[in-house]
Design a binder for this molecule. Structure first.
Ligand code: SF4
Length: 340
């Protein structure tokens, strides 16, 4: 089991810091262990993120993962982060932040690995009316307890990147005990049982699943599902492996293959959204990267930011030409570009 909250006379004491988080007030950023943002994205607009598992704890090791290779590939569902700690932080954050469009359970791994995700969603619902969205890779939807846990969410965004077992293994590199059929059957069953909205994300990688046949196979599965929308995405920042994006126009033409409302949500530089809180974090990141190259995780640890926030800031800085990405020893490092 994961860490339990220590309680003394009903006063809550947060557990020891999860690996990868620096909770010191080493900067002007207020530090939270589990809640981050708000971050701006095309799918959830402005959302407050909640991390339910430690950095890169996932049942997949996708070639396109934007936060790096999976550190712990597992199917073990447990209370990785303490439920009460998450809810306490969220309550505090909601007092100080302008209301976001969503509270997003996403973070830096697979959120349905948290064994008490249903209680977390219920707890959030008791705190606020802000809709709850869950971004999941969809690998556990064959489990009745996971389907029941997600029942209280308003929006679920599962992934489906493959229409065959071969492509599934190539792009998602799942834990060996997750078979393609099990995953797909779970996804289809969930789509009919869930009462909220479902936006399916299909991530297209050039040369892996971008052929018309591959996309048709994925679309054929969506015919059996109840979906509100399909979102097509592609690589927009240095991924875990050296794979490349499908051109925007190719994605647009794929939309017609799907039987329901389908749109391209790939982030391009012109669609990036900067928030007004970004400036100080960005100048800290530039200062750090001008001194030494860092991975996303390194920046996150160094500045006490969440990896998902770091990714958004790096996108903006990269588009402005003040940093660059360098692949080295199988990891992606960012470094500052000094300008006179
Ligand atoms: S993209 Fe999502 S599902 Fe794939 S490895 Fe990264 S965190 Fe896991």
């Amino acid at each position: 089991m994961g860490e339990k909250l220590k309680t003394t006379n009903k006063k809550m004491i947060l557990p020891d810091r999860p690996e990868g988080y620096d909770t010191e007030m080493n900067h002007h950023h207020k530090k939270y262990l589990f809640v981050y943002g708000p971050v701006a994205s095309r799918r959830l607009k402005r959302s407050l993120g909640v991390d339910l598992v430690p950095f890169k704890t996932c049942s997949y090791n996708c070639v396109y993962c934007q936060i790096g290779k999976t550190k712990k590939c597992t199917l073990d569902r447990m209370e990785y982060m303490p439920v009460q700690g998450i809810l306490e932080e969220l309550r505090e954050k909601l007092k100080s932040a302008a209301p976001p469009n969503y509270i997003g359970l996403a973070g830096s791994g697979e959120p349905t690995l948290h064994s008490r995700i249903g209680e977390i969603i219920e707890g959030i619902k008791a705190l606020t009316d802000i809709p709850v969205a869950v971004l999941t890779n969809g690998s556990f939807l064959w489990k009745p307890e996971v389907r029941a846990g997600l029942a209280g969410a308003d929006l679920v965004l599962p992934s489906l990147d493959a229409g065959s077992a071969e492509v599934f293994h190539c792009i998602n590199r799942p834990h060996p005990d997750i078979t393609f059929d099990k995953m797909v059957n779970g996804l289809v069953d969930f789509s009919h049982a869930f009462q909220g909205r479902i936006h399916l994300e299909v991530f297209i990688v050039k040369g892996i699943n971008d052929s018309v046949d591959s996309v048709k196979q994925i679309a054929a599965i969506t015919k059996d599902m109840r979906l509100d929308r399909v979102d097509l995405n592609t690589v927009s920042r240095p991924p875990a492996e050296n794979v490349t994006a499908s051109p925007f126009e190719a994605l647009e033409s794929m939309c017609t293959i799907f039987p329901c409302d389908t749109r391209v949500i790939a982030e391009t530089h012109r669609t990036m959204i900067a928030t007004h809180q970004s400036a100080s974090a960005e100048s800290d990141i530039v200062a750090l990267l001008n001194r030494r190259p860092c991975t996303i995780e390194g920046v996150a640890k160094g500045l006490g930011l969440h990896p998902n926030e770091v990714v958004k800031h790096l996108d903006v800085l990269h588009s402005r030409g003040v940093i660059r990405a360098v692949r080295s020893n199988e990891a992606v490092f960012y470094e500052g570009i000094w300008t006179a």
